[in-house]
Ligand binder design. Structure first.
Ligand SMILES: NC(=O)c1ccc[n+]([C@@H]2O[C@H](COP(=O)([O-])OP(=O)(O)OC[C@H]3O[C@@H](n4cnc5c(N)ncnc54)[C@H](OP(=O)(O)O)[C@@H]3O)[C@@H](O)[C@H]2O)c1
Length: 343
């Protein structure tokens, strides 16, 4: 059973954040409209969920856009696709009962009627309820599975992480450190550099916006980078490719620095780095790994309980905060996992 469950009400109407125009880059408040309607009811094989924490994720930029992706774009006029932590209010699904806490695709709205396939995880571990939106949300679980399965770090490896102070990045750094890696974090401000060093235990942290990134990475990883956990792509990746050790692994988890996919961005040709350094470059999408989700959450919850992991939450309040929250994330204005408490 989760703990630290906040107070939450049962509003009589359902407020929703609708996607009303389609962005080509980062979604801004003008792409959304707030509306209010009847509370839907659950039919056979469905559950009614009251959302408590709405999640804000960089992936929502791709879900809102009409670009080649691993999922269909959010329909215009519909509630914005989003993960959320909520409580089951009514269930017409065997195995779920009113009062169960769940995490899944419930959208930016007060209430959602969903089929069980929308649920990614049943919130059962003895950790704060909000941690199911970060540590045991796609952020922590992605960090755990992608680093272990694709990065395959060994003790003594140098692990470089971009968006190092963010939700996924901070977990990657801490997991790497617990495996005996030397950890180097890249982040976008001096305040976040301090956070990387003092809160998340990185050995070195670099502000990629100031100074000579190539020289700083080279100083931080004199033998080369064995594992690059990349959440940004773009020019940061171009630079790091030239600092990889022979036999290095790159985990392509995100592309936060790429401003738009239309037109397709171009950059330096880097295939010679892949060849001469014999690199392995793997793409990762968490939704391909649902079978490993519960075990990853169990392992992460244990590390948290033993005091071996910490996390920060950037908590906003009220559904009105949602329309500008993705833009804030892309401007790096979040400190920790971005969640919106709407209880
Ligand atoms: N593949 C998957 O299955 C999967 C699952 C979950 C998340 N992800 C990816 O993991 C990454 C981190 O996600 P998160 O939820 O933990 O978000 P987050 O790191 O908490 O927040 C996003 C961060 O991206 C950085 N950023 C924004 N614009 C940037 C730019 N132009 N150049 C470099 N950095 C920029 C900012 O950090 P700074 O202030 O440090 O620049 C910002 O705080 C994202 O790329 C996301 O898409 C992938």
């Amino acid at each position: 059973m989760p703990r630290d469950i906040p107070a939450f009400s049962r509003p009589k109407r359902n407020r929703r954040v609708l996607l009303t125009t389609r962005p080509t880059g980062v979604p801004e408040p003008g792409h959304f409209t707030l509306d209010e309607g009847e509370i839907p009811s659950a039919g056979d094989g469905e559950l009614l969920v009251r959302n408590i924490y709405l999640s804000v994720d960089p992936a929502q930029r791709g879900w809102a856009a009409d670009v080649a992706n691993y999922s269909e774009p959010v329909p215009l006029g519909g509630p914005m696709r989003a993960l959320a932590v909520g409580i089951v209010i009514a269930s017409r699904v065997e195995g779920y009962a009113a009062g169960d806490f769940v995490y899944g695709f419930f959208g930016w709205q007060d209430y959602a009627v969903v089929a069980p396939a929308a649920i990614l995880h049943r919130c059962a571990q003895d950790i704060p309820l909000e941690a199911f939106g970060s540590l045991c949300g796609i952020n922590g679980v992605t960090a755990w599975i992608a680093l272990n399965q694709l990065g395959r770090p060994k003790a003594g490896d140098t692990l470089l992480v971009s968006t190092a102070a963010g939700s996924v990045g901070s977990f990657v750094g801490q997991i790497g450190r617990s495996l005996g890696c030397r950890t180097v974090g890249l982040t976008g401000s001096d305040a976040k550099v301090s956070q990387c060093l003092n809160t998340f235990g990185y050995d070195v942290a670099i502000n990629y916006r100031t100074g000579d990134l190539q020289a700083e990475v080279s100083r931080a990883a004199p033998q080369g980078v064995n594992v690059y956990y990349d959440n940004t792509g773009g020019t940061i990746l171009d630079t790091v490719l030239r600092q990889m050790a022979v036999g290095g692994r790159i985990v392509q988890c995100g592309t936060a620095s790429v401003q738009t996919w239309v037109p397709q961005p171009t950059g330096p040709r880097n295939e010679r780095e892949i060849l001469t350094r014999r690199l392995v470059w793997s793409g990762f999408v968490i939704f391909d790994h649902m079978a490993a989700y519960a075990d990853a959450c169990e392992a992460l919850a244990k590390l948290l309980t033993k005091g071996k992991l910490s996390y920060l939450t950037d908590m906003k309040a009220g559904i009105e905060a949602a329309p500008r929250a993705i833009a804030d994330l892309y401007a790096g204005r979040n400190t920790g996992k971005s969640l919106i408490y709407i209880g």
